[in-house]
Design a protein around this ligand. Structure first.
Ligand SMILES: Cc1ncc(COP(=O)(O)O)c(C=O)c1O
Length: 455
């Protein structure tokens, strides 16, 4: 890659260690430098606009440049730039945010534990299960069932829950005690003629067999995204989570709902659990909780779990887990303002209005010779590209990469997940902007298709 000395690209290559990046390829391609954002657009240094087709990383739900959120952050910084929650210290925005999350939660919740990212929140979930079962005198009940293709983060515990091989290789992950079961993947895994109910039952039977094989007394939790994001935007068959819930109840297993992508109206309801029939025990939320204006995550737990921690923490002198920035006042104020705007701008009605339009446009690509499946819900969706529609043969990732490159040339940022291209625009997107997004995508597909069609 040619870079001008002292250009942002050259300075980046010399100094920045990029997360989740092909470090070898980066040396050839160079970084993608954007300078500013406004609404659903970001702009490069020449002023050219690009549509944020995946809302940054599935998170910038209200788009860029919302002044009210910036004002809330500024006010919070000037008012009380830092407070922690250790040792019982507290402050207003943490209290109000915890109350608001309890009000929004799809099932009754007792307490809210704050963190800074989806990964650390899922680590908190893992540690909570350990502490909880030790407190109940069940030291063997520690394993967690996670699904293939799941994405729950990258820290040692959450990276272990993640079910994508590249997040494990060379990191010596997963850690012990993670049990893997198949993800619902109707396009590739449902059998010919199988109904949703039959497929959900088969997945449930598989889960139950796994639990019995491992020993139910050793299984503490089952973690799932209502709709899988990074794994390929996979929507479970109807009845799946009802079956999972029944199995978790039968074997006294905590059902952890990872709402990091689905939470806050992405799937049409406030929580993905409500769109998919999941009745969780605990919830992880992050990303759209603050529309990505500030790092914050939340773990919501019911009273019966919280109450079990009280006595042992008394004996030990502390529930010794938490982060300096758990409940950071600026992040809490930003999240509160974001949640207020979701309500004031009626984001629920907005997604109900433009969601079906977006899905119709996406489904319009299903007949394309390279598209194996178009799928989606609310304002999230995907196109899975295949070399052969009949055999569903994939391009081994080369298809997704080629289409992604063409999208960039057309001013559209999407997310290639192997040969699946994910769409997850900011929730504020208008019909005209949806038209523009798909117009750019059509042009990109037209550009990329010949090379893919001719092998
Ligand atoms: C479902 C899910 N859980 C957890 C995470 C991890 O969140 P973070 O990147 O904030 O650590 C992600 C990130 O994409 C996610 O999609």
């Amino acid at each position: 890659m040619k870079t001008t000395p002292n250009s942002m690209e050259a300075r980046d290559l010399a100094a920045v260690f990029h997360p989740a990046t092909n470090l070898k390829q980066l040396r050839q391609t160079g970084p993608a430098y954007f300078e500013r954002g406004e609404g659903i657009f970001v702009y490069d240094s020449t002023g050219r606009d690009f549509i944020e087709g995946v809302a940054g990383l599935w998170c910038a739900s209200l788009g860029h440049g919302v002044e009210e959120i910036a004002d809330a952050a500024r006010e919070a910084m000037l008012d009380y730039s830092f407070s922690h929650l250790f040792g019982g210290r507290t402050h207003k925005s943490a209290i109000e945010l915890a109350e608001k999350l309890k009000e929004l939660a799809p099932v009754p919740m007792g307490k809210v534990f704050f963190g800074c990212s989806g990964s650390d929140a899922n680590d908190t979930q893992v540690k909570l299960l350990r502490y909880y079962n030790n407190a109940l005198g069940r030291p063997k009940k520690k394993k967690i069932i996670a699904r293939e293709r799941a994405y729950h983060g990258v820290t040692v515990a959450s990276g272990s829950l993640t079910g994508l091989p590249k997040f494990h290789a060379l990191f010596d992950l997963p850690m012990e005690g993670i049990i893997r079961v198949p993800a619902p993947y109707p396009y590739r895994d449902a059998q010919a003629g199988e109904t949703d109910a039959e497929y959900a039952k088969r997945l449930g039977d598989d889960l139950e067999e796994t639990i019995l094989r491992e020993g139910p007394e050793t299984i503490a939790g089952f973690i799932a995204e209502p709709v899988m994001g990074v794994g390929g935007v996979l929507i479970p068959p109807k009845g799946y989570f009802e079956r999972v819930r029944a199995i978790c109840d039968k074997y006294d297993i905590i059902l952890i709902d990872d709402e990091v992508i689905c939470g806050f109206w992405r799937t049409g309801k406030c929580f993905g659990a409500e769109s998919t029939g999941m009745k969780p025990d605990t919830i992880t939320a992050a990303k759209a909780l603050s529309s990505a204006y500030a790092p914050i995550s939340a773990v919501m737990v019911p009273d019966r779990i919280y109450d079990a921690l009280i006595e042992p923490s008394g004996e030990l002198g502390s529930f010794a887990h938490g982060f300096t920035y758990s409940g950071h006042p600026v992040s809490c104020a930003v999240a509160l303002k974001t949640l207020e705007l979701y309500e004031r701008w009626d984001i629920a009605a907005q997604v109900a209005d433009v969601g079906p339009y977006f899905q119709k446009k996406l489904a319009g690509f299903a007949d394309h010779p390279l598209v194996g499946e178009a799928r989606g819900i609310g304002l999230v969706g995907a196109l899975e590209f295949v070399a052969d529609k009949k055999t569903k043969e994939s391009f081994g990732g080369a298809g997704g990469a080629a289409i992604d490159r063409a999208c960039r040339e057309e001013g559209l940022i999407l997310r290639p997940l192997g040969d699946t291209i994910a769409f997850c625009p900011p929730l504020i997107i208008t019909r005209d902007e949806i038209d523009e997004l798909f117009a750019r995508f059509s042009r990109a597909l037209e550009k990329a298709a010949p090379a893919l069609t001719n092998g």
